[in-house]
Design a protein around this ligand. Sequence first.
Ligand code: F6P
Length: 531
Amino acid sequence: MFVKDNPSGTVSWEHLRNHFFEMQYVKMQELFNEDKDRIKKFHIRWKDFIVDFSKNRINDTTLRLLVDFANEMKLSQGIEALFNGELINETEKRSVLHTALRDTKNKSAVTEEIKETLFRIKMFSDKVIKGEYRSTSDKPFTDIVNVGIGGSDLGPKMVVEALGNYRNHLKTHFVSNIDFDAIDELLKKLNPETTLVIVVSKSFTTKETIENAILFKNWLIAHKQDVSKHIIAVSTNNNEAQAFGIQEQNIFPMWDFVGGRFSLWSAVGISIALSVGYAHFEDLLKGAESMDEHFKQESFDKNIPVVLALLSIWYNNFFGFETEVVIPYANKLTDFPAYLQQVTMESNGKNIDRAQNPVNYQTGTIVWGEIGTNSQHAFFQLFHQGTKIIPVDFIGFINPFNESDMHDLLMANFFAQSEALLNGKVGNYAEQPQEDDVNAVYKGFLGNRPSNTFLIEKLTPESLGKLLAIYEHKTFVQGYLWNIYSFDQFGVEYGKKLAESIREEIQNKHIKGHDCSTTFLLENYLKYRKK
Ligand code: F6P
C-alpha cells in the first residue's frame, strides 16, 4: 500500500531545497560549456525512443537527489501496489488496473474478463469493417459516431486522429459537448441508414452523454431505423444501457478498476478498433505494455516516466514554475494536449493529502499545448522573451508516414526551438546587435529555458501506445510523490450535480438560493432567452 508521508517533510526534500538555492541562477549554457558530454548523462535511449533531458536546470547532484526523494517516498512500493491491483484508489475503494488491459502476458488477476472483451471487440470491429454487421436496411455501415465525454471521448478521439494514416473506409465522428448547433451540422452529413452510434459512458449517467444519446436515438427512430442494431454501448452500467434500448450482446463492459481518463485501452477504445482495425488497436496496447515493463523494471535514473515526473516536480515545487507545455511536431497529434490535460489535471488537481491533511506544497502542474510549428507563431514569443518560464516537452518523429522533404523543414523547426530556448540569442548565435540599432535591447534573449525532447522513430500504433503510457505513468509518479489520491475526481462530480439543479431552475423559471452574481446572471439569461 502507499505511504502517506508528507513529501515536504522528508530529508531528501530538504536536500533538494538547499540544492535549489545553488542551482536557481545556474545557466544551462554554462553547464553545456563545462561538460561537452552532458548529453551522454542526461538522455535515455529506449527502443525507438530517444528522450533528451539534458536541456534542464540540473546537474548530477540534482538527479541523484531527485532519485533519493523517490526512494525515500518508497516509490518502488507504490509502483508494485499499482501493478498488483491493490486498492490504491482508496477514496473510492478501487484498484487501478488500466495496465492490466494491455497485459498480454496475462499476469493480472482480471485477465479473463479482459481477454474475453478484447475478443468481442475484435469480432465486432472485424464484422463492421467487412460490412458483415449490417444496418436496418441491410447495408454496411459507413459512419461511426462515438457519443461520450471526458475519458469516454478524449482518449479515443486523440488516438483515431493520431493514427489517421492507418484508417480504413469508416468515417468516425466524436460527439461530446451538448451543443446542438454542432450536432445539427453533423446530422446533416450523416445517413441514418448507415450510421452506427456508440454510447460510451462508464456510469451511463453523465448528463451530456445521455442527452446526446437520446438525440441520436430519436433521430434514428425518426428515420425508421432499428435502434437495437444502430446503437451499441460501452459501460459498467448494464441495466441503464439496456433500459435505453441497447441489446445486451451489444453492450461492451467497463470496469470500476479502470478510470475514465485511463480507459482508451478498454472497450472505450472500440472506435479505435473500428477506425484502424483490431490489429492496429492491439499494437497500440503492445506499445503501452512495453512501456509498463520499462516503468516497472528500469532503475529510476534511467526510467523515462520517473525522470520526467521528477523533473516536473523539481520545477513545480522548487522553482515555482506553474505550467508546462507539450508541443508535438505532428498535426496528427493535435488532440494530444487536450487528452493529456484530463489525464494529468483531473488526476493531480488535489489539495488534500493521503493522510487527510491540506497539502502545504504545490501539486498538479498545469499542462497545456499545441502542435508545432503552429504554436511557434502563437505563443512561443512568451517562451523566448516573456517573464515566465515554461518547461516544454517537444515531441517529434524522425520519419514521416508519407515521405516528403517538408518533414525536414518541420523537424528543423523542432530542433531550432529547443536550441533557441537553451542558448538564447547570445553565445552560439553569431548575430550580434549592430551598434547603431536603437532597438537592440529588444532583440536579445537570455535562453536558459528548460525543455525535454522526445525523438521517436515514427508515429505508429505501437510508438503512440508507448508515448501515452509514459505520460500516464509520469502522472502516477507525481501524484504518488505528492502524497495525493490521483484516481478520484470529486471536484468534477460536484460540478455535474450543481448543473442538474440549475437546469431544473431554468426549466421552472424559478431561480433560488444562489449568490447575487449567479442570480443576476441566471435572471438575465431567462429574461433574454428567446424560446
Ligand atoms: O469529467 C468527469 C468524468 O467523471 C471523467 O472522469 C469521465 O471520464 C467523464 O466524466 C465521463 O464519465 P462517464 O464515462 O461515466 O460518462
